[in-house]
Design a protein around this ligand. Structure first.
Ligand SMILES: [Fe+2]
Length: 539
């Protein structure tokens, strides 16, 4: 049974279009539409390129697809829209089914986790009128326990704070989280987000036009009228002051308290000791750290894609489970397109790039990193999800604290308060990070230990945390070999890893977009497949 799960849409407010293909419950391919169209978030688009990729990768024709599932149970007559979409772009429309947005979020985490029993919490701005749901997963079945309707939403709360601080909502929330590291939790937010015994209550009387049945205001319209904040709203682009950092820290701390209260209540009620998270708010990796360290549960799982792009996987999982197929856990994030060395060479020749062929790309890249170069690294299948996990990455040696400024100035062109993250060989993690547990998708932070602080200052944020990626030879042998080869030169089994793109662009998908990033930035070398490019080289 072949199922395609979809996310995205045709309204301006729909974003994160993606497609995932499951065959008898087993994930074969998944990708986000933004990588194909070159526009971040791909607002208002259904994922036709991503669907085409999934079919091509699996060697399937559209007529081999038994079912298409889309997360949007309250979308009016959307089956007709999808039927037209498939007929127009693919010449045939398979059977189409709609499912609930938050059920798909829950499935994307529970079935991917491989846990038999878990508490499942979904948190986002809103989807199908809901903002938060709690369910229990037992023996492959998901049973709802509680829900909160829009606008009682932690996503709306955090988006409103993001907008108040002069950033773009539904996009820049991670900047607020990063800013919090420089501030103090000194403002009481309980009149806005009240902590209750069962979780939280968001006092949404300050929020404009966001009832369950109303569409949300446009992205550039203010979400709030008279937000009772201790300082005036920051004008976008205005200097960021200590007061702004304190506001961000206070808002973040209140979010953490709300989620802790929600999880504590339901852990006590169910006795479940594993937690699966999904939904855009689960991208808040500091909040995930607080949950992990709270001792409320033994394990916390956050899937590689917890934004709405993850709905593509979640809907497909739900449909497979409903049809009696056992959803297979997903133990890595490398589900996107890949390119052969012949394909890469053709592009390099076409653009007239000066390059050399290398027999061992990992050794070549390790030498460059150890020499202090900022390099692009393009290998294997593209990641599904917002993080580059060692296949579409920019890499550097984190031993020099100044590398952050070089990266921000030469390559990433982004704000200095945003931290950079490390990839660490899994077995070495406990030597560098406190309370280390496996974190393969860069979805949670850890407090850096003394060795990480002294040997890898570039990946430790101002609050002493690092958003780590645990690297396994079993799921990415070439990337693990690269870190091992770097460690032989630097003594450090860890590298700085950020995504292969410049500010405002999606992560590179193909050799063309990798070369565009390389040539249009201060990247000093690129190792792409079995080829190496170095600026200033005469080879
Ligand atoms: Fe969502």
């Amino acid at each position: 049974m072949n199922v395609i799960g979809l996310s995205g849409g045709v309204q301006y407010g729909n974003q994160d279009g993606a497609a995932a293909l499951l065959s008898d419950g087993r994930l074969l391919a998944a990708a986000e539409e933004e990588r194909f169209v070159g526009i971040k978030f791909a607002n208002g688009l259904l994922p036709r390129h991503a669907v085409r990729f999934c079919l091509q990768h699996a060697g399937l024709d559209i007529r081999d697809v038994d079912l298409v599932v889309f997360a949007g149970a309250t979308y009016k007559d959307f089956e007709t829209t999808l039927r037209r979409f498939f007929k127009f772009h693919f010449g045939h429309a398979p059977e189409i089914r709609l499912c609930d947005h938050h059920s798909a979020h829950a499935a994307s985490s529970y079935y991917a986790s491989g846990f038999d029993e878990a508490l499942i919490v979904t948190l986002d701005f809103s989807g199908d009128r809901k903002s938060t749901t709690v369910s229990q997963g037992r023996d492959g079945r998901i049973e709802p326990l509680a829900q909160m309707l829009k606008p009682n939403s932690l996503g709306i709360y955090y988006s409103a704070v993001t907008q108040y601080l002069g950033f773009q909502r539904d996009s820049d929330e991670y900047k607020v989280m990063g800013m919090g590291a420089y501030g103090r939790d000194c403002h009481d937010f309980s009149h806005i987000l009240e902590i209750t015994r069962e979780g939280y209550h968001f006092h949404h009387r300050f929020i404009r036009g966001v009832t369950p049945d109303q569409p949300s205001p446009g992205k550039q319209e203010p979400l709030f009228d008279s937000f009772p904040m201790p300082l005036p709203p920051r004008v976008p682009g205005a200097p960021i002051t200590q007061e702004h950092y304190d506001l961000a820290a206070s808002a973040q701390a209140q979010l953490e308290r709300a989620v802790l209260s929600l999880v504590e209540h339901h852990v006590r009620a169910t006795g479940l000791d594993r937690l699966c998270l999904a939904g855009g708010v689960a991208l808040n990796c500091l909040m995930v750290q607080k949950l992990r360290e709270s001792g409320l549960v033994r394990e916390v799982f956050v899937p590689p894609v917890c934004s709405d792009a993850g709905l593509a996987l979640g809907t497909a999982y739900l449909a497979a489970a409903a049809a009696g197929r056992e959803p297979e856990p997903c133990n890595h994030a490398y589900w996107g397109p890949e390119f052969t060395n012949d394909e890469i060479r053709r592009v390099l020749d076409l653009v007239g790039a000066r390059y050399r062929e290398v027999s061992d790309p990992a050794e070549t890249a390790a030498r460059l990193i150890a020499e202090g170069r900022l390099i692009g690294w393009f290998q294997g299948r593209m990641e599904f999800g917002p993080r580059a996990l060692g296949n579409r990455s920019i890499l550097a040696h984190p031993g020099d604290g100044a590398v952050k400024d070089r990266l921000n100035g030469l390559v990433k062109f982004r704000e200095e308060f945003r931290p950079f993250a490390p990839s660490v060989r899994h077995a070495e993690g406990p030597r560098y990070f406190e309370g280390y547990t496996d974190s393969p998708y860069m979805t949670q932070t850890f407090t850096a230990g003394p060795r990480a602080r002294s040997e890898a200052p570039a990946i430790v944020h101002a609050d002493g945390t690092s958003r780590i990626q645990s690297v396994h030879a079993t799921t990415n042998p070439r990337y693990d070999a690269l870190i091992a080869a770097t460690a032989r030169r630097t003594g450090l089994p860890m590298i700085l890893n950020t995504s292969l793109n410049v500010l405002g662009d999606p992560i590179a998908r193909d050799p063309f977009s990798a070369l565009k990033t390389y040539f249009a930035s201060g990247l000093e070398a690129l190792v792409i497949g079995n080829f190496a490019l170095e600026k200033g080289s005469v080879e």
